[in-house]
Design a protein around this ligand. Structure first.
Ligand code: TRP
Ligand code: ZN
Length: 879
């Protein structure tokens, strides 16, 4: 059913390598067209290794030029090269040095894995399996070794030569060449190896660690972009200080470098001492970067820096444990951004992202547990489940153990596992050992896929003054996991009395209740509170304390009450979302809302917007109704995206009819001409202002289109300009096309701004979008090999254009599937990622479902797909 075959890799088959790598020395000659890598690997058989056990190393697209052991060339019969690597049939029975020389062609490497060239700069990407495209090696995360790397290149083409660790030697060779020797004292797996050679500008700074060591910091970039790296540098220094404060983690080398490159498959990469970044996550200036860009830069710089401890010093035993480093590191970067900005606002945004990216994954054909037990292509497991759900699982652990208890566990983790490649089980064990709690049941979160559904019904008995919550969890089946166990759900809650203040109780029974948290570890429980004088309104799952979908018997009146009185800011926001969602889903199913219902929602919104204690960023979130995708997800089956779009538009129109004066006032009072700063206060005010404008335009308020056009024209920063443009495009106003044209000509030279234009084009809801995007893609100067450009256009079309991707005539599905077939020949990772847009295909109404299936089958029948894309396609069709 899941199409497992000989390509499937299973967790249960894990075994150590028969040979240990003690030391790696590389001698790399970098030159246009062909570069060569000589590798000297010091290898020793393990005690248990039978004499003569073959040495089987990974290798891909390498041309072997010579091979020797302990200086003696090997006979042709002593070894063999295959499509996947190198076999030395009978290596020595004691320590030996394997010496190989291979040739590679970075300029032809369009997959951007291994050694490749990006706009003139030579660079590497090794995670997860790219090192095998550089030299023959045990390309797996449990093989740790110290690396020493000599790089030689032309002085003009590549004045900058960087690798991991410390620079120990450099000099010239003849007239044109030079070399640098880098040594990394920390044993590391090959996926953390990195090397950069090119003609780059740079900025430099310094950080003094808590124990007084000076670390030289550098950020390298295209010449001319240096001043755009300052915010990244500032973020780096704040990250370094935060990790010392919050987790007691100091940086461990004398140098920390970051390089920004233009062609990159992912956001960034945590190579030891030499992080490599997608340049969109480094470059920022107010005229071209939005507030959202600044926020992303800050969090990804932090993420990669934090990997130094959670990823590099302690790494993964195998790729099944990916979430050990990624989930934990996302948790850490989320906490950092919360401390730097706002806890409630960031929490809401993180949950919005989880619901938007992870929930559809978990509820569809690509669902998998945070710790999978099988895969065909590991690149397809860098998912929202591994990252975002992985972070939620760590967050629950912190919730269950408390801040101090969690910190004690983390301290033990660093102490016990430093220098190791370890597992999820070992991670859980440190928290058991440091807290004395049994976490075996909790661990099931890592092993089970799917989003739990939590249902809570309350009732009140005035006679006995008891209040009861009946909790039920359901864990739906997912591909390969038909049956599920109940999970451990930490449910933070509060009871709110009729006057809006918190209510306490005399006693509580029926489940484990600690302070204001119910720990539900069974399928169902009935929790009874005594000494309750009036019926309270419950505030459940405060702070979104578990990644579940929650249903309750709360009335609209209860939810509006929570929107006013809940002391938990997350639930206050959630209550407004819930009311809007209820109205939209009801209308979709044929029950139109009444005037009184919209009126009540508008009133609650107005009260929130007028609140003195809430900040602007929070208010902006409160006034944004759930997006079309989340409405579709709540409807679940037989979705017609056009009707979802229409219903949402009608609700906004109805709200704006009541709120226009308030929104206009917000717009005017938050429109500032202050010098730009990306700080939380200013960002919040811009966000509130632009959300107000967006609602006014969507709701058809008179003069709003003109306001958007004027803002576009007189904007002083990219946030305001792009917001105005995006608002016009998403409502496809009379100005939209002209403004798009203007934006295109204004920023022709800046590729990162071009991405914004591409995304706007691809996300517009007008009927011309497929033809327009097709034409953009077919233009002779379109950068066909750049992942940022391709994703801005096609991932946006697939993921953020719900009506046009899922057009009833199937044209959107066909367009995306054809694109995937084409780009798969050049960059399988980009192709596979874009294809995941189809993961929701079974939720459409029958006509669209049939069209989606046809497009997927046509892609399948066209044949010769990469392993990446074939894996996603097979699972999407099967699940
Ligand atoms: N480890 C990187 C991170 O911080 C992820 C990553 C970077 C990656 N480049 C990649 C994953 C290429 C797969 C392929 O999250
Ligand atoms: Zn990461």
């Amino acid at each position: 059913m899941r199409g497992e075959n000989e390509e499937t890799i299973f967790l249960k088959d894990y075994a150590e390598t028969p040979y240990v790598v003690e030391q790696v020395e590389l001698d790399v000659r970098i030159a246009p067209d062909t570069s060569t890598i000589r590798a000297f690997l010091t290898l020793t058989p393990r005690a248990a290794t039978a004499p003569g056990t073959p040495l089987v190393l990974d290798g891909e697209e390498l041309t072997l030029r010579s091979i020797a052991i302990d200086g003696l060339p090997l006979a042709l019969t002593a070894y063999e090269t295959t499509a996947t690597g190198l076999v030395v049939h009978q290596p020595p029975n004691k320590r030996f040095v394997l010496e190989t020389e291979v040739a590679v062609e970075p300029e032809k490497n369009l997959r951007l894995m291994g050694f490749y060239r990006s706009s003139g700069t030579w660079c590497t990407q090794c995670e997860p399996e790219g090192f095998r495209r550089i030299t023959y090696y045990y390309d797996r995360p449990d093989v740790l070794a110290p690396f020493k790397v000599r790089m030689t290149a032309d002085r003009k083409l590549a004045p900058v030569l960087l690798s991991n660790g410390n620079l120990v030697e450099q000099g010239t060779v003849g007239n044109d060449q030079h070399y640098a020797v880098w040594e990394d004292p920390f044993p590391k797996p090959a996926y953390l190896f990195a090397m950069v050679a090119g003609d780059l500008g740079s900025i430099h700074d310094e950080f003094t660690t808590a124990s007084g060591r000076k670390v030289a910091l550098g950020i390298y970039c295209t010449h001319g972009k240096e001043s755009e790296c300052l915010y990244a540098m500032d973020s780096l220094k704040r990250s370094m200080a935060w990790d010392e404060r919050r987790f007691g983690r100091e940086y461990d080398l004398d140098i920390f470098n970051i390089v920004a490159v233009s062609d990159f498959n992912f956001g960034a990469m945590e190579n030891k001492g030499l992080n490599i970044f997608n340049d969109k996550l480094v470059f920022a200036k107010p005229e071209t970067a939005t507030d959202a860009d600044y926020i992303n830069i800050e969090s990804v710089i932090a993420h990669e820096y934090f990997h130094n401890w959670t990823g590099d010093r302690i790494t993964c035993r195998d790729w099944f444990q990916l979430c050990l480093k990624e989930g934990l590191t996302v948790y850490r970067d989320q906490e950092f951004s919360m401390d730097e900005r706002s806890r409630p606002v960031n929490r809401i945004e993180d949950v919005r992202q989880l619901r938007q990216t992870q929930f559809p994954e978990d509820g569809g054909p690509l669902a998998h547990p945070p710790r999978p037990d099988r895969y065909k292509e590991i690149n397809n497991f860098y998912t929202a489940t591994i990252y975002e759900k992985g972070a939620e699982v760590v967050r629950m652990l912190a919730t269950l153990l408390g801040e101090a208890g969690f910190r004690r566990g983390m301290d033990l983790y660093f102490e016990r596992h430093d220098g190791e490649a370890t597992t999820i089980e070992a991670f859980i064990k440190v928290f058991e050992d440091s807290s004395g709690q049994n976490l075996q049941h909790f661990q099931q979160w890592y092993l089970q896929a799917g989003t739990p559904e939590l249902d809570v019904r309350d009732s009140y008995d005035p006679a006995s003054q008891t209040y009861t919550l009946e909790l039920t969890q359901t864990n739906p089946p997912t591909p390969g996991q038909p049956e599920k166990q109940p999970l451990v759900l930490p449910i933070k809650f509060g009871l709110i009395g009729p006057n809006g203040s918190p209510m306490s109780w005399a006693s509580v029974a029926g489940a484990e209740v600690r302070d204001e948290m119910i720990v539900l570890d069974r399928a169902s429980a009935t929790v009874t509170f005594t000494g309750i004088p009036n019926k309270p309104v419950p505030s459940l799952l405060r702070g979104f304390s578990a990644p579940v979908t929650l249903t309750t018997n709360a009335t609209e009146a209860d939810q509006l009450f929570l929107a006013r009185h809940d002391s938990d800011p997350f639930n206050r926001w959630q209550a407004l979302q819930d009311v809007a969602m209820k109205l939209m889903v009801g209308a979709f199913r044929g029950t139109a809302w009444t005037d009184a219902q919209v009126g009540a929602l508008a009133e609650a919104l107005e009260e929130t917007l007028n609140s003195k204690e809430l900040d602007a960023a929070y208010k902006a979130l409160a006034m944004s109704p759930p997006n079309e995708q989340s409405v579709a997800r709540t409807i679940e089956h037989d979705v017609d995206p056009d009707r979802v779009h229409a219903v949402r538009g009608e609700l906004i129109t109805a709200l704006v009819a009541r709120l226009a004066p308030t929104l206009e006032k917000i717009y005017l009072t938050n429109d500032s001409r202050l010098a730009y700063s990306p700080d939380f206060q200013q960002t919040g005010r811009r966000s509130m202002k632009n959300t107000a404008l967006s609602l006014l335009v969507q709701g058809g308020a008179s003069g709003a289109d003109k306001l958007a056009r004027e803002q576009y024209e007189r904007a002083l920063n990219m946030t305001d300009r792009l917001s105005a443009l995006s608002i016009s495009v998403h409502s496809w106003t009379a100005d939209a096309q002209a403004l798009l044209g203007d934006f295109r000509t204004m920023y022709t030279a800046d590729p990162l701004v071009l991405d914004k234009w591409l995304a706007l084009n691809a996300g517009a809801p007008d009927d011309g979008v497929v033809d327009r995007v097709r034409a953009i893609l077919a233009a002779p100067d379109f950068p066909q090999n750049n992942p940022n450009r391709l994703r801005a256009l096609m991932a946006t079309f697939g993921m953020n254009n719900p009506t046009q991707f899922a057009r009833a005539d199937g044209a959107g599905f066909r367009f995306l599937a054809e694109f995937v077939g084409d780009v798969d020949k050049r960059n399988p990772q980009v192709a596979a990622r874009v294809l995941t847009a189809f993961r929701v295909w079974r939720s459409y109404e029958p006509g669209r479902r049939a069209e989606a299936e046809k497009a997927l089958k046509a892609l399948h029948d066209a044949g010769s797909l990469s392993r990446n894309t074939a894996d996603i396609l097979e699972r999407t069709l099967a699940g």
